[in-house]
Ligand binder design. Structure first.
Ligand code: PMV
Length: 361
Protein backbone atom coordinates (compact mmCIF):
# COMPACT_ATOMS: atom_id res chain seq x y z
CA UNK A 1 0.00 0.00 0.00
CA UNK A 2 1.14 3.49 -0.74
CA UNK A 3 0.59 6.67 1.25
CA UNK A 4 -2.17 7.85 -1.07
CA UNK A 5 -4.26 4.75 -0.43
CA UNK A 6 -4.90 6.21 3.03
CA UNK A 7 -6.77 9.13 1.46
CA UNK A 8 -10.31 7.78 1.29
CA UNK A 9 -12.89 8.77 -1.33
CA UNK A 10 -14.89 11.91 -0.48
CA UNK A 11 -17.50 11.50 2.24
CA UNK A 12 -19.93 13.77 4.08
CA UNK A 13 -18.71 15.16 7.38
CA UNK A 14 -20.75 14.51 10.53
CA UNK A 15 -23.25 17.24 11.36
CA UNK A 16 -23.55 16.39 15.06
CA UNK A 17 -21.24 16.49 18.02
CA UNK A 18 -20.07 13.26 19.56
CA UNK A 19 -17.20 11.44 21.16
CA UNK A 20 -15.14 8.28 20.90
CA UNK A 21 -12.89 6.66 23.50
CA UNK A 22 -10.02 4.27 22.83
CA UNK A 23 -7.43 2.59 24.98
CA UNK A 24 -4.06 1.78 23.41
CA UNK A 25 -1.16 -0.01 25.05
CA UNK A 26 2.54 0.65 25.04
CA UNK A 27 4.86 -1.88 23.38
CA UNK A 28 8.33 -3.22 23.99
CA UNK A 29 10.65 -3.83 21.05
CA UNK A 30 12.48 -7.16 20.90
CA UNK A 31 14.33 -6.09 17.74
CA UNK A 32 14.90 -2.37 18.04
CA UNK A 33 14.05 0.46 15.65
CA UNK A 34 16.98 2.83 15.82
CA UNK A 35 17.67 5.23 12.97
CA UNK A 36 15.19 6.77 10.56
CA UNK A 37 14.76 8.64 7.32
CA UNK A 38 12.23 11.42 6.67
CA UNK A 39 9.08 11.25 8.78
CA UNK A 40 9.57 8.04 10.73
CA UNK A 41 10.60 5.84 7.84
CA UNK A 42 12.63 3.26 9.75
CA UNK A 43 16.23 2.54 8.77
CA UNK A 44 15.68 -1.08 9.82
CA UNK A 45 12.70 -3.34 10.57
CA UNK A 46 11.65 -3.92 14.18
CA UNK A 47 9.59 -6.44 16.11
CA UNK A 48 7.72 -5.92 19.38
CA UNK A 49 5.48 -7.41 22.02
CA UNK A 50 2.36 -5.35 22.54
CA UNK A 51 1.82 -4.74 26.26
CA UNK A 52 -1.42 -4.96 28.20
CA UNK A 53 -1.61 -2.82 31.36
CA UNK A 54 0.64 0.09 30.37
CA UNK A 55 -1.81 2.05 28.29
CA UNK A 56 -3.24 5.44 27.39
CA UNK A 57 -6.97 6.12 27.38
CA UNK A 58 -8.08 8.94 25.09
CA UNK A 59 -11.50 10.45 24.59
CA UNK A 60 -11.95 12.59 21.50
CA UNK A 61 -14.95 14.94 21.74
CA UNK A 62 -15.82 16.54 18.42
CA UNK A 63 -18.22 19.31 17.43
CA UNK A 64 -18.65 20.59 13.88
CA UNK A 65 -17.59 24.18 13.15
CA UNK A 66 -19.81 26.49 11.10
CA UNK A 67 -16.88 27.12 8.73
CA UNK A 68 -13.57 25.45 8.04
CA UNK A 69 -11.02 26.91 10.42
CA UNK A 70 -7.63 28.16 9.22
CA UNK A 71 -5.92 26.47 12.17
CA UNK A 72 -6.58 23.30 14.15
CA UNK A 73 -9.20 24.02 16.76
CA UNK A 74 -8.76 21.92 19.89
CA UNK A 75 -8.18 21.78 23.64
CA UNK A 76 -5.92 19.15 25.17
CA UNK A 77 -6.29 17.74 28.68
CA UNK A 78 -3.86 15.32 30.31
CA UNK A 79 -5.08 13.64 33.51
CA UNK A 80 -7.80 16.25 33.89
CA UNK A 81 -5.60 19.32 33.43
CA UNK A 82 -5.30 21.46 30.34
CA UNK A 83 -1.74 21.12 29.00
CA UNK A 84 -0.70 23.97 26.76
CA UNK A 85 2.93 22.80 26.64
CA UNK A 86 1.87 19.68 24.68
CA UNK A 87 0.44 21.83 21.86
CA UNK A 88 3.54 22.13 19.63
CA UNK A 89 3.80 18.31 19.44
CA UNK A 90 0.08 17.92 18.78
CA UNK A 91 0.09 20.69 16.16
CA UNK A 92 2.93 18.90 14.35
CA UNK A 93 1.07 15.61 14.51
CA UNK A 94 -2.19 17.14 13.24
CA UNK A 95 -0.34 18.82 10.34
CA UNK A 96 1.20 15.48 9.37
CA UNK A 97 -2.05 13.54 9.47
CA UNK A 98 -4.30 16.21 7.91
CA UNK A 99 -3.63 15.13 4.30
CA UNK A 100 -5.18 11.76 5.26
CA UNK A 101 -8.05 13.14 7.40
CA UNK A 102 -9.64 15.97 5.41
CA UNK A 103 -12.19 16.76 8.15
CA UNK A 104 -9.73 17.92 10.80
CA UNK A 105 -10.20 21.69 10.30
CA UNK A 106 -13.98 21.33 10.12
CA UNK A 107 -14.33 20.36 13.81
CA UNK A 108 -13.46 21.60 17.24
CA UNK A 109 -11.90 18.83 19.35
CA UNK A 110 -11.51 18.31 23.04
CA UNK A 111 -8.88 15.65 23.62
CA UNK A 112 -8.87 14.10 27.10
CA UNK A 113 -6.13 11.64 27.80
CA UNK A 114 -4.72 9.74 30.75
CA UNK A 115 -2.16 7.00 31.33
CA UNK A 116 -2.53 3.85 33.37
CA UNK A 117 1.11 4.17 34.44
CA UNK A 118 2.59 7.05 36.42
CA UNK A 119 3.55 9.99 34.19
CA UNK A 120 6.88 10.36 35.93
CA UNK A 121 7.80 6.69 35.54
CA UNK A 122 10.19 7.29 32.67
CA UNK A 123 8.13 4.83 30.61
CA UNK A 124 7.70 6.05 27.05
CA UNK A 125 4.11 7.20 26.78
CA UNK A 126 4.33 8.54 23.25
CA UNK A 127 3.68 5.12 21.67
CA UNK A 128 0.42 4.51 23.54
CA UNK A 129 -0.60 8.19 23.32
CA UNK A 130 -0.26 8.51 19.54
CA UNK A 131 -1.83 5.07 19.05
CA UNK A 132 -4.89 5.96 21.16
CA UNK A 133 -5.39 9.33 19.45
CA UNK A 134 -4.98 7.79 15.99
CA UNK A 135 -7.56 5.11 16.80
CA UNK A 136 -10.00 7.85 17.84
CA UNK A 137 -9.50 9.79 14.61
CA UNK A 138 -9.84 6.75 12.34
CA UNK A 139 -12.93 5.68 14.26
CA UNK A 140 -14.42 9.11 13.67
CA UNK A 141 -13.61 8.81 9.97
CA UNK A 142 -15.23 5.37 9.92
CA UNK A 143 -18.48 6.93 11.22
CA UNK A 144 -18.40 9.32 8.28
CA UNK A 145 -17.56 6.77 5.60
CA UNK A 146 -20.32 4.47 6.87
CA UNK A 147 -18.05 1.45 6.99
CA UNK A 148 -14.40 0.56 6.86
CA UNK A 149 -12.95 -2.92 6.71
CA UNK A 150 -11.13 -3.86 9.87
CA UNK A 151 -7.89 -4.47 8.00
CA UNK A 152 -7.91 -0.96 6.56
CA UNK A 153 -8.95 0.50 9.92
CA UNK A 154 -5.94 -1.07 11.65
CA UNK A 155 -3.52 -0.18 8.87
CA UNK A 156 -4.64 3.42 8.78
CA UNK A 157 -4.52 3.79 12.58
CA UNK A 158 -0.99 2.35 12.56
CA UNK A 159 0.01 4.57 9.62
CA UNK A 160 -1.21 7.73 11.41
CA UNK A 161 0.32 6.71 14.74
CA UNK A 162 3.67 6.30 12.98
CA UNK A 163 3.53 9.93 11.92
CA UNK A 164 3.37 10.88 15.62
CA UNK A 165 6.07 8.55 16.93
CA UNK A 166 7.61 5.69 14.96
CA UNK A 167 7.21 2.96 17.56
CA UNK A 168 3.55 3.99 18.12
CA UNK A 169 2.60 2.20 14.89
CA UNK A 170 3.28 -1.11 16.69
CA UNK A 171 0.71 -0.35 19.44
CA UNK A 172 -2.51 -0.74 17.43
CA UNK A 173 -2.67 -4.53 17.46
CA UNK A 174 -0.97 -7.45 19.18
CA UNK A 175 0.49 -9.70 20.35
CA UNK A 176 3.64 -9.54 18.18
CA UNK A 177 4.00 -6.65 15.75
CA UNK A 178 6.40 -6.16 12.89
CA UNK A 179 7.23 -2.82 11.27
CA UNK A 180 9.52 -2.13 8.34
CA UNK A 181 10.45 -3.83 5.08
CA UNK A 182 11.85 -7.32 5.55
CA UNK A 183 12.40 -9.78 2.72
CA UNK A 184 10.99 -12.74 4.69
CA UNK A 185 7.94 -11.07 6.26
CA UNK A 186 5.06 -10.96 3.83
CA UNK A 187 3.15 -7.68 3.89
CA UNK A 188 5.90 -5.93 5.82
CA UNK A 189 6.46 -2.32 4.92
CA UNK A 190 7.82 0.95 6.26
CA UNK A 191 4.48 2.80 6.45
CA UNK A 192 2.63 0.82 9.12
CA UNK A 193 3.05 -2.21 11.34
CA UNK A 194 1.50 -5.63 10.74
CA UNK A 195 0.82 -8.50 13.12
CA UNK A 196 3.72 -10.91 12.58
CA UNK A 197 2.25 -13.27 9.96
CA UNK A 198 3.67 -16.50 11.41
CA UNK A 199 2.65 -19.03 13.99
CA UNK A 200 3.49 -17.83 17.51
CA UNK A 201 4.12 -20.50 20.17
CA UNK A 202 1.53 -20.32 22.99
CA UNK A 203 4.25 -19.68 25.60
CA UNK A 204 4.50 -16.12 24.25
CA UNK A 205 0.80 -15.29 24.48
CA UNK A 206 1.03 -14.68 28.24
CA UNK A 207 4.70 -13.65 28.40
CA UNK A 208 5.43 -11.36 31.34
CA UNK A 209 7.15 -7.97 31.23
CA UNK A 210 7.99 -6.56 34.64
CA UNK A 211 9.33 -3.05 34.18
CA UNK A 212 11.94 -1.98 36.72
CA UNK A 213 11.81 1.81 37.17
CA UNK A 214 15.45 2.61 37.65
CA UNK A 215 15.29 6.25 36.68
CA UNK A 216 12.18 8.36 36.40
CA UNK A 217 14.03 11.50 35.31
CA UNK A 218 14.22 13.19 31.94
CA UNK A 219 16.58 11.36 29.57
CA UNK A 220 19.84 13.21 28.86
CA UNK A 221 19.47 12.58 25.11
CA UNK A 222 16.02 12.23 23.51
CA UNK A 223 15.10 9.38 21.16
CA UNK A 224 14.70 11.92 18.36
CA UNK A 225 18.29 13.06 18.80
CA UNK A 226 19.46 9.45 19.14
CA UNK A 227 17.83 8.41 15.85
CA UNK A 228 19.55 11.35 14.12
CA UNK A 229 22.94 10.23 15.38
CA UNK A 230 22.59 7.05 13.30
CA UNK A 231 23.15 9.19 10.19
CA UNK A 232 26.82 8.80 9.40
CA UNK A 233 27.32 6.43 12.37
CA UNK A 234 30.33 4.25 11.59
CA UNK A 235 28.49 1.05 12.58
CA UNK A 236 25.09 1.94 11.10
CA UNK A 237 25.17 -0.37 8.05
CA UNK A 238 26.15 -3.36 10.19
CA UNK A 239 23.53 -2.54 12.80
CA UNK A 240 20.76 -2.40 10.18
CA UNK A 241 21.93 -5.73 8.76
CA UNK A 242 21.97 -7.23 12.27
CA UNK A 243 18.33 -6.19 12.81
CA UNK A 244 17.28 -7.91 9.56
CA UNK A 245 19.17 -11.07 10.55
CA UNK A 246 17.75 -11.06 14.09
CA UNK A 247 14.19 -10.84 12.76
CA UNK A 248 14.87 -13.83 10.49
CA UNK A 249 16.01 -15.83 13.51
CA UNK A 250 13.40 -14.52 15.92
CA UNK A 251 10.43 -15.37 13.69
CA UNK A 252 11.55 -19.03 13.84
CA UNK A 253 12.26 -18.83 17.57
CA UNK A 254 8.82 -17.34 18.27
CA UNK A 255 7.19 -20.15 16.31
CA UNK A 256 9.17 -22.94 17.98
CA UNK A 257 9.10 -21.48 21.50
CA UNK A 258 12.89 -21.80 21.66
CA UNK A 259 13.43 -19.79 24.84
CA UNK A 260 17.24 -20.14 25.01
CA UNK A 261 17.63 -18.59 21.59
CA UNK A 262 14.96 -16.01 22.41
CA UNK A 263 16.94 -14.85 25.44
CA UNK A 264 20.11 -14.55 23.38
CA UNK A 265 18.54 -12.47 20.58
CA UNK A 266 16.55 -10.19 22.90
CA UNK A 267 19.45 -9.35 25.21
CA UNK A 268 21.85 -8.92 22.30
CA UNK A 269 19.38 -6.48 20.67
CA UNK A 270 19.11 -4.40 23.86
CA UNK A 271 22.87 -4.16 24.25
CA UNK A 272 23.34 -3.43 20.54
CA UNK A 273 20.91 -0.51 20.82
CA UNK A 274 22.90 0.94 23.71
CA UNK A 275 26.19 0.17 21.94
CA UNK A 276 24.98 2.42 19.10
CA UNK A 277 24.48 5.23 21.61
CA UNK A 278 27.89 4.68 23.16
CA UNK A 279 29.62 4.72 19.76
CA UNK A 280 27.81 7.63 18.10
CA UNK A 281 29.45 11.04 17.86
CA UNK A 282 28.73 12.63 20.25
CA UNK A 283 28.60 9.44 22.37
CA UNK A 284 26.40 9.07 25.40
CA UNK A 285 25.17 6.59 27.99
CA UNK A 286 21.57 6.10 29.11
CA UNK A 287 22.17 3.11 31.37
CA UNK A 288 22.67 3.89 35.06
CA UNK A 289 24.70 1.86 37.57
CA UNK A 290 21.45 0.25 38.74
CA UNK A 291 20.62 -0.80 35.18
CA UNK A 292 23.88 -2.75 35.06
CA UNK A 293 23.36 -4.12 38.58
CA UNK A 294 19.99 -5.56 37.53
CA UNK A 295 21.45 -7.06 34.32
CA UNK A 296 24.21 -8.78 36.29
CA UNK A 297 21.76 -10.15 38.85
CA UNK A 298 19.59 -11.51 36.03
CA UNK A 299 22.58 -13.31 34.52
CA UNK A 300 23.53 -14.83 37.90
CA UNK A 301 19.93 -15.90 38.51
CA UNK A 302 19.77 -17.60 35.13
CA UNK A 303 23.00 -19.44 35.77
CA UNK A 304 21.87 -20.59 39.23
CA UNK A 305 18.34 -21.63 38.34
CA UNK A 306 18.17 -22.38 34.60
CA UNK A 307 15.39 -19.79 34.33
CA UNK A 308 14.62 -18.00 31.06
CA UNK A 309 14.32 -14.61 32.70
CA UNK A 310 15.93 -12.03 30.42
CA UNK A 311 16.08 -8.27 30.05
CA UNK A 312 15.58 -5.68 27.39
CA UNK A 313 16.02 -1.92 27.40
CA UNK A 314 14.38 1.02 25.67
CA UNK A 315 16.25 4.24 25.04
CA UNK A 316 16.54 4.79 28.79
CA UNK A 317 17.75 3.35 32.08
CA UNK A 318 14.66 1.30 32.99
CA UNK A 319 14.87 -2.46 32.58
CA UNK A 320 12.12 -4.64 31.11
CA UNK A 321 12.27 -8.17 32.55
CA UNK A 322 10.76 -10.75 30.22
CA UNK A 323 9.82 -14.28 31.27
CA UNK A 324 7.21 -16.98 30.63
CA UNK A 325 4.12 -16.99 32.84
CA UNK A 326 4.97 -20.43 34.25
CA UNK A 327 8.21 -19.07 35.72
CA UNK A 328 6.37 -16.37 37.67
CA UNK A 329 6.40 -18.29 41.01
CA UNK A 330 10.19 -18.37 40.80
CA UNK A 331 10.86 -14.96 39.24
CA UNK A 332 8.58 -12.68 41.29
CA UNK A 333 10.18 -13.60 44.67
CA UNK A 334 13.61 -13.04 43.06
CA UNK A 335 12.58 -9.61 41.77
CA UNK A 336 11.08 -8.66 45.12
CA UNK A 337 13.99 -9.80 47.21
CA UNK A 338 16.98 -9.02 44.98
CA UNK A 339 16.11 -6.43 42.36
CA UNK A 340 13.63 -4.00 43.86
CA UNK A 341 16.38 -2.17 45.77
CA UNK A 342 17.76 -0.95 42.44
CA UNK A 343 14.50 0.80 41.52
CA UNK A 344 13.61 4.37 42.41
CA UNK A 345 11.10 4.42 45.26
CA UNK A 346 10.75 0.65 44.85
CA UNK A 347 8.95 1.19 41.56
CA UNK A 348 7.99 -1.55 39.20
CA UNK A 349 5.14 -2.15 36.76
CA UNK A 350 3.84 -5.69 36.25
CA UNK A 351 2.76 -6.07 32.66
CA UNK A 352 2.35 -8.81 30.08
CA UNK A 353 1.80 -9.37 26.38
CA UNK A 354 -1.53 -7.96 25.20
CA UNK A 355 -3.86 -7.69 22.25
CA UNK A 356 -3.71 -4.04 21.16
CA UNK A 357 -6.14 -1.12 21.02
CA UNK A 358 -9.65 -1.41 22.44
CA UNK A 359 -12.70 0.76 21.94
CA UNK A 360 -14.23 1.84 25.27
CA UNK A 361 -17.30 3.69 24.07
O1 PMV B 1 9.36 5.82 18.51
P1 PMV B 1 10.59 6.48 19.01
O2 PMV B 1 11.06 7.55 18.07
O3 PMV B 1 10.43 6.97 20.42
O4 PMV B 1 11.78 5.41 19.03
C1 PMV B 1 11.75 4.29 19.85
C2 PMV B 1 13.04 3.61 19.84
C3 PMV B 1 13.22 2.47 20.82
O5 PMV B 1 12.23 2.48 21.83
C4 PMV B 1 14.57 2.60 21.47
C5 PMV B 1 13.18 1.13 20.10
C6 PMV B 1 11.86 0.67 19.60
O6 PMV B 1 11.86 0.02 18.55
O7 PMV B 1 10.83 0.90 20.26
Amino acid sequence: MEEKSFILPTYRFLKDSGKVTWKAPSNIALVKYWGKKGVQIPANPSLSFTLDHSATITTLHFSPLAHESSEFSYEFFFEGKEKKDFRPKIDDFLSRIEPYLPFLKHFHFRIETSNSFPHSSGIASSASAFAALSLCFVDMERMMTGSMEEALFNKKASFLARLGSGSACRSIQGPVMHWGNHAEVEGSNDLYAVALPFKIHPVFSSYRDTIMLVDRGQKSVSSTAGHQLMHGHRFAANRFEQAHANISILKEVLGEGNLDKYVEIVESEALSLHAMMMTSIPYYLLMKPNTIAIIQKVWEFRLDTGSHLCFTLDAGANVHLLYPEYEEPQVIPFIESELIEFCEMDGLIKDQVGGGGQKLS
